[in-house]
Design a binder for this molecule. Structure first.
Ligand code: PLP
Length: 428
């Protein structure tokens, strides 16, 4: 990736050879807030959302940000104020939506393992819809709703059995995946749902995977879902909304996913052709709203030349940025201060954690010296939200840049924070 092709442009770019986020130079952010540090561009997030909003102009569509991608309160607040609802997968995520002051009626609740307690909380809060993922869950949700003397709005997540052509760990719409109700069980499941007094069928849902860079899997899934809508409505069960999930990919390593508005131009053309163009639509994008808007600033602690490999040891690690270790995922790693004249060497960029799996980038050509700052790019999604305290490392601070203002949206965890919930045994 050349400097001219940084993902997140125009909001994350080199200015006078210095990596800049909106109006702020990243070395100054590192100095002010320390490293390692997550930095997000507000304008980049809003630009990503605007592409969806353009795509849906003149349609009935609700964008529910899949907050598992990045659930920091200020980011939820930003998207709520821009009109988004939220796709949640736990009671904890519901509490975050409430803490961010967002409209709970625009929340949809996905996930294969909702507990009774989570169902109760969500019903009492008045969420918009439960995306039910199995026949067994339907029965439990019905019982919980009846106990509370209410009815649960439901949509059933159907598994369309299409290949999203992405990493197997983030592919969710195939027969072998744990998600959703099998396509050929869907009609019977809807009939059961419609017969249960504690449930009200409101929609249908599918989500086929993540980091999808092609349009065809979406078009195939849409056909399969629309076939089902026709069959379910023929059976006398009205479907108010159709939810096509999330999954649109971003540019990590020269990937070229369609823009959200271009993707939806094709999907809406299919909906129109099949007579569903005016139906209430829902989508659940996560990564594509925040991924390219974030970077992680990290300092080079040591350079360690080796016989087989050279190591560039930085202060960020797999607990902060788990995607490379989990999925062998690629994140571009670039110098914060560009210098085209310096001699570059090939390094594995690794963190301080005691695991050989603790690597952030392999075989990267970098011109670096001890004490330099690097930026790990496209870390707005599934980084902070997947991070841990492994090796008793405090989670990073997060800063949201808005023009020439930097807002600390999460302070750095101290060691004391990491064991604050623990107790010693009584002595004696
Ligand atoms: N909806 C559901 C049900 C999901 O499981 C996910 C992610 O796994 C998403 C939406 C968001 O996907 P993405 O971040 O790829 O847009």
């Amino acid at each position: 990736m050349t400097q001219a092709q940084l993902p997140g442009q125009p909001h994350i770019s080199y200015r006078d050879q210095v990596l800049t986020v909106e109006g702020l130079a990243s070395p100054e952010l590192a100095q002010r807030f320390g490293t390692p540090l997550f930095v997000y561009s507000k304008a980049s997030m809003l630009a990503a959302l605007a592409a969806y909003q353009r795509g849906f102009a003149g349609r009935k569509a609700q964008i529910c940000y899949a907050m598992k991608a990045n659930s920091s309160l200020a980011i939820l607040q930003l998207f709520a104020q821009a009109g988004c609802g939220f796709d949640i997968v736990s009671g904890g995520e519901l509490a975050r939506v409430q803490a961010a002051g967002a409209d709970v009626s625009k929340v949809i609740f996905s996930g294969v393992g909702k507990t009774r307690a989570e169902m109760r909380l969500a019903l009492q809060a008045g969420i918009g819809c439960f995306n039910v993922e199995s026949e067994a869950e339907l029965e439990v949700l019905n019982a919980v709703a009846l106990e509370l003397g209410t009815t649960a709005p439901v949509s059933i997540r159907v598994n369309p059995n299409v290949d999203a052509k992405t990493h197997p760990y983030i592919s969710t719409g195939l027969k072998g995946n744990k998600f959703g109700v099998a396509h050929d069980r869907a009609l019977a499941t809807y009939q059961r749902a419609a017969s249960l007094p504690g449930l009200k069928v409101v929609g249908i849902d599918c989500h086929i995977g993540s980091q999808i860079t092609q349009v065809d899997p979406y078009l195939d899934a849409m056909d399969r879902v629309l076939d089902l809508v026709e069959a379910i409505e023929r059976a006398g069960i009205p479907i108010h909304h159709i939810d096509f999930g999330g999954g649109l990919g971003i540019n990590y390593n020269g990937d070229t996913p369609p823009e959200a508005d271009a993707l939806w131009a094709q999907l809406l053309a299919k909906l129109d052709a099949r007579g569903f163009g005016q139906r209430q639509l829902m989508i659940e994008p996560g990564r594509s709203l925040v991924g390219n808007a974030g970077l992680c600033l990290t300092e080079v602690l040591y350079l360690k030349p080796g016989e087989q490999k050279n190591f560039c040891i930085v202060d960020a690690a797999m607990n902060d940025l788990p995607r490379p270790a989990m999925y062998e995922a690629y994140h571009a790693i670039v110098p914060v201060q560009a210098d085209d004249t310096a001699t570059a060497t090939s390094y594995d960029v690794v963190g301080p954690v005691c695991e050989s799996g603790d690597w952030l980038g392999r075989d990267r050509t970098l011109a670096v010296a001890q004490g330099d700052l690097l930026a790990v790019l496209s870390t707005g999604a599934y980084c902070m939200s997947m991070s841990s305290n492994y090796n008793t490392r405090g989670r990073l601070a997060e800063v949201l840049v808005d023009g020439d203002q930097a807002h600390l949206i999460r302070r750095r965890e101290t060691a004391a924070d990491t064991f604050a919930l623990e107790s010693l045994l009584p002595n004696g």
